[in-house]
Ligand binder design. Structure first.
Ligand code: TXA
Ligand code: MG
Length: 319
């Protein structure tokens, strides 16, 4: 299994030697390698069993680093970045040649992000290269929000997990594409649409459909928690599934007719940030409950609720 600890020097040594290290961020844990070293990046795709068409996000220590790896950075993007970075958002720009095609799956663009986690910022500050890092889960499965989650799923494939505690946001970064004339959101995530529109002073189109070639990783079936998930119409489904052992993923209250021990509540107070923080670990917890199927409630379709609903939809989709 992987060694788990909070020794950034150890992580630095491994990354410099072209090895993988799992790193904490405020969104989810990432599986990191030197983004400028293709031999190291290949190990990410292998460990995750990730298809080569799905590009990786590149993590940098500060917004000033965007200029080293990207071109044609619009003023509006820069202003937004200075407001929200470090934070749960990824910016897509035209890439510089320095970024290997392997990292971007042959796309002429690169996703850049400054993660908001002290240990990982400390790590990036000790490196003279950026870190390519997808979420540290096998391709298609639930994203990890603790070192333990990484250990369970990828412990055999990564020598070291830098343990930075539980992720404080709990959903992956929001991805905004600034590589063409109008900004577009390619993935809903830890920074709300409302915040972004307010900051940019304009409405922003959302293009998260699975058929969108610009966001090749947004496959409709994703976040597989290991059991079938059905979203919405809970009462109707409870009567239809009378012979199944049912688990419930509820927003703020227990539902009637299912034993409480087989139900999990995301946020008793209705706080969407708390729901986001708890979401992936709660979804994962149904693995070890004696239930055959998970019924989930839709969340209010606003703020982080929108990003959680997007993940529920993908967790429910059959591959
Ligand atoms: O919060 C996060 O973003 C986490 C942490 C570790 O930083 N990372 C993450 O990576 O969620 P991953 O690989 O699980 O998801 C990255 C998504 C994929 O859907 C990929 O297709 C998209 O970002 N992406 C990366 N580069 C892109 C590009 N140049 N153009 C369009 N989409 C891109
Ligand atoms: Mg992922």
């Amino acid at each position: 299994m992987a060694e788990v600890g909070s020794d950034t020097n150890k992580a630095v040594a491994l990354l410099k030697a072209g090895e993988l290290v799992a790193i904490p961020t405020e969104t989810v844990y990432g599986l990191a390698a030197n983004a400028l070293d293709t031999a190291a990046v290949v190990k990410i795709f292998e460990a995750k069993n990730r298809p080569a068409f799905d590009p990786l996000i590149v993590h940098v220590k500060a917004v000033s680093q965007f200029f080293a790896y990207a071109e044609e950075i619009p003023e509006a993007a820069l202003q937004l970045a200075e407001t929200v970075c470090p934070g749960p958002v990824t910016f897509i720009f035209k890439k510089k040649n320095k970024i290997p095609d392997l990292v971007t799956s042959g796309h002429p663009t690169v996703g850049l992000r400054v993660p908001n986690h002290l240990l990982t910022l400390e790590l990036l500050n000790q490196l003279d290269f950026p870190l390519a890092a997808p979420s540290a889960n096998p391709f298609g499965f639930t994203s990890p929000t603790s070192a333990q989650h990484v250990q369970e799923q990828l412990g055999k494939k990564v020598p070291y997990i830098l343990d930075g505690g539980e992720c404080q946001v709990g959903l992956e970064s929001t991805i905004i594409d600034f590589s063409s004339t109008k900004p577009r959101i390619l993935r809903l995530g830890g920074l709300s649409l409302e915040f972004i529109e307010e900051a940019l002073g304009e409405k922003v189109a959302i293009q998260t459909s699975s058929s969108n070639p610009q966001a090749p990783g947004m496959l409709i079936s994703h976040y597989n928690p290991g059991k079938p998930v059905l979203v919405g119409e809970i009462n109707k489904r409870i009567s239809q599934l009378a012979h199944e052992r049912i688990g419930v993923l509820a927003f703020r209250d227990y539902v009637q007719g299912i034993p409480y021990e087989n139900q999990r509540i995301l946020t008793p107070s209705g706080d969407l940030a708390e729901a986001a923080r708890n979401f992936f670990s709660t979804l994962r917890s149904f693995n070890t409950l004696p239930v055959d199927v998970v019924l989930a409630e839709w969340l209010p379709d606003e703020g982080l609720g929108r990003a959680i609903n997007d993940r529920l939809k993908r967790a429910a989709a059959k591959s």
